[in-house]
Design a protein around this ligand. Structure first.
Ligand code: SAH
Length: 460
């Protein structure tokens, strides 16, 4: 049968795609991608886009629910683009992520017998994010609202309580909206470029309870700041109120310096490993890059320490080091750590954090890992252990070639994309290393992302 836009069809959902949409088959074998469905569902679908061999549909009605289906606890989960898997039970999400790692390693990496350990789950799949960014706008009646952009649009859905974020966010936002209403402070409008308040950014240090707020404004100062301070300072944990000017008509949220309104300009968080007796304090400003799920991050870093197997006399390279979070963890147990990162601001944070912790054996370089590491090699510097934690596109081949020549005893690979992990492990396995095992972690429940740690050992 030929399908056309707006037709309805019945689809059996049999799989799930990269972006979390269910993959369904109609009775006559046409493939449909349908958001908000779960493998095992039978669904009535409205067709929204038709291509030759597949199409896209919108879920109209669940005719038969999959055993893995659950009621999304967030009332706006379907409109908001943030979560893709809220209608899937947590055990099913975990199984799906583990399977993705296994499949990619087999299909892309050619690994048939590589040990893939059970995914490490979160205690609770909600309220894990330490950072939230809410766009601010105006509703039809002229009231200020804060919430989320509806998936792939710039329409704001009011929702001051994202279930992935901390419970404090709601009260903070309500106070900010109250301050705007009472003082007639307008929200920014993307259409006209007028109005003041664009975004509210909130960060919490889970280990310390400290909270910092940053208002992104289309202007140079915060009006009625006494009222804002009065409203926010009473919230438990409030450590700093700041703002950042952004007067450009752009989608970039923050592009200027962060300025103080009240209290500190940063919060502190602590990551630690009881097993290794390591504890590191990090100063985080609203602009710093910092891992958003500190509980699972701490577990991953502890695993990196375990796999690095340090005795105290090693030189360790931490490549793609960000603000040096892993570097500083490793520095406590190694002779020397060399961190490499492309973003200069992040390296400033890394150096500052080394200082705060009295760590003197960590050195940081700004640049591309694939350029800095060959340079270090030329100077005769080699690593006994290398840690890599690249972005989704994985490691540059030039970096992998350099590691192959440098022959560290161990490479610990922290990955946020199993497909590029599989590609890079395949390269290293053919060039003097042996992949020992991989350990997936659920760091971002309700979303399709999966984090994986892999250990490679030198073979010759
Ligand atoms: N290890 C850190 C950050 C990992 S995220 C942590 O655990 O917090 C990946 C980092 O790689 C980002 O900070 C990004 O800026 C950096 N990056 C991206 N491409 C790079 C390259 N070619 N060389 C070095 N760093 C790079």
């Amino acid at each position: 049968m030929e399908y056309r836009k707006n037709d309805t069809a019945t689809a059996e959902i049999i799989d799930i795609g990269q972006d979390g949409a269910g993959i369904g088959r109609t009775e006559d074998g046409y493939t449909l991608f349908v958001k908000d469905t779960v493998p095992g569902d039978r669904a009535e679908v409205r067709i929204i886009k038709v291509k030759k061999s597949y199409g896209y549909g919108r879920l109209e009605r669940v005719l038969k629910a999959s055993p893995d289906r659950t009621e999304p606890p967030c009332p706006v989960s379907r409109q908001c683009g943030g979560c893709q898997l809220q209608m899937m039970s947590y055990p099913a999400q975990l199984a799906m992520k583990e399977e993705k790692v296994r499949n990619d390693l087999k299909r892309i990496g050619g690994f048939e017998n590589l040990e893939i350990r059970k995914i490490v789950p979160m205690e609770s799949p909600f309220r894990y994010r330490n950072k939230a960014q809410f766009p601010v706008g105006t509703d039809r009646d002229g009231n200020p609202i804060a919430g989320f952009y509806a998936g792939r649009t710039h329409t704001i859905i009011p929702n001051p309580d994202c279930l992935l974020g901390c419970p404090e966010n709601r009260e903070i936002l309500e106070e900010i909206l109250g301050w705007m209403r009472d003082n007639r402070i307008p929200a920014y409008s993307e259409e006209t470029g007028k109005g003041l308040v664009r975004h509210v950014l909130i960060r919490k240090g889970f280990a310390t309870g400290e909270i910092i707020v940053c208002l992104i404004i289309n202007g140079g100062r915060i009006p009625a700041s006494d009222d804002l301070i009065h409203r926010l300072e009473k919230i438990p944990g409030m450590t700093g109120i700041t703002f950042s000017s952004n007067t450009r008509r752009t989608n970039v949220i923050m592009n200027g310096p962060v300025k103080p309104v009240w209290g500190q300009e940063y919060i502190t968080d602590i990551l630690k490993s009881a097993a290794f007796g390591v504890s590191v304090r990090y100063q985080i400003s609203p602009a710093s890059f910092y891992q958003i799920n500190p509980v699972q991050t701490q577990r991953i870093y502890e695993k990196v320490l375990e796999l690095a197997c340090l005795h105290g006399n090693e030189t360790v390279m931490d490549l793609y080091c960000g603000i040096g979070t892993i570097s500083l963890f490793l520095a406590r147990k190694a002779r020397k750590v060399i961190g490499v990162e492309i973003v200069p601001r992040a390296i400033e944070d890394a150096r500052k954090n080394a200082q705060i912790n009295g760590i003197e054996n960590a050195e940081f370089y700004v640049g591309k890992a694939e350029e800095v590491v060959p340079g270090l090699e030329k100077e005769g510097i080699r690593a006994d252990v290398a840690v890599v934690d690249p972005p989704r596109k994985g490691c540059d081949e030039k970096l992998l070639q350099t590691l192959v020549r440098m022959k560290p005893e161990r490479i610990v690979y922290v990955s946020c994309d199993p497909a590029t992990l599989a590609r890079d492990l395949k390269y290293l396995s053919g060039n003097g290393f042996h992949a020992e095992y991989v350990q997936p972690y659920d760091q971002f429940s309700e979303t399709v992302h999966v984090e994986t740690v892999a250990l490679l050992m030198r073979t010759n």
